[in-house]
Write a protein that binds this ligand. Structure first.
Ligand SMILES: [Zn+2]
Length: 259
């Protein structure tokens, strides 16, 4: 197996995973989406809310606010030494008290732990008119995407690595025009591919020029994209998913030995 990084920034990585199969790639993807824990608001106690939105709607919006997550400090509630009762090792509180006229933003949430705060300061929660007031206490905990999508760490997907064959007498002008991703160019009188990783296998080129181009998706090489919502870095998402998979396999192996 081989990993080649093709794109990396704060919230996104793209890499080519080589010499593996669809089952392995999809296992990693599913573990990342549904088993990698992140923090999210899970409970809200409203003390005052005479805004235009019901408590339930505001609570739902708060649940979807991405919170910077520290996996070293916090445990999953069900795995915590408090046995799920809730303690500073598995949950934290946010408070908010705003009086209108104003727009309440995520930056108005006051966190009990200075390390943990909303990823984005300027997400609107609700608009308050004159004399309207919103006051609540919210409890955030670690959770997994399989429990609720608010605990999902990002948008993660992969596609088959494109395999493009350009035949000898290719109609260059027609091929270049057919590709919506502008993938082809002519160099030294030959039709070439600029950046094959940009191809999303739409097959527009092979449909427009069946005599010039043949296109297939590889069954052992894949292009993986991890786009984080901001709670964890893309690398942390990948690393944590492998830890989770490791633990699951260890547990499975122990169970088998005890049979
Ligand atoms: Zn606890």
């Amino acid at each position: 197996m081989e990993i080649n990084l093709t794109e990396k920034n704060e919230n996104k990585i793209v890499f080519v995973l080589k010499d593996t199969d669809h089952t392995f790639a999809n296992t990693i993807r599913r573990v990342m989406i549904s088993e990698t824990p992140v923090l999210a608001i899970d409970e809200v106690n409203f003390y005052k809310n005479n805004s235009a939105l019901y408590d339930e709607i505001i609570a739902h919006r708060l649940g979807l606010v991405p919170l910077k997550t520290d996996l070293k400090t916090y445990n999953l509630k069900e795995e915590c030494s408090c046995k799920g009762e809730g303690c500073p090792k598995c949950q934290l509180n946010f408070t908010l008290n705003c009086t209108g006229p104003c727009t309440v933003y995520t930056k108005d949430l006051k966190s009990q732990d200075p390390k943990i705060k909303p990823v984005y300061d300027n997400m609107p929660i609700v608009k308050l008119l004159k004399d309207q007031q919103l006051e609540f206490e919210a409890v955030a905990k670690l959770g997994k995407g399989k429990e609720h999508v608010k605990f999902s760490p990002g948008l993660i997907f992969f596609r088959n690595y494109p395999e493009i064959t350009i035949k000898k007498e290719a109609n260059a002008a027609k091929c270049i025009k057919s590709c919506p991703k502008d993938l082809f160019e002519v160099k030294d009188k030959k039709l070439i591919i600029k950046d094959i990783t940009k191809c999303d296998l739409c097959e527009a080129c092979s449909e427009a020029c069946p005599d010039s181009i043949e296109i297939n998706g590889s069954t052992k090489n894949f292009i993986f994209e991890i786009e984080s919502w901001g709670q964890l870095t893309p690398k942390e998402i990948l690393e944590e998913s492998l830890n989770v998979l490791d633990e699951k396999l260890d547990e499975f192996s122990k169970k088998i030995k005890s049979l």
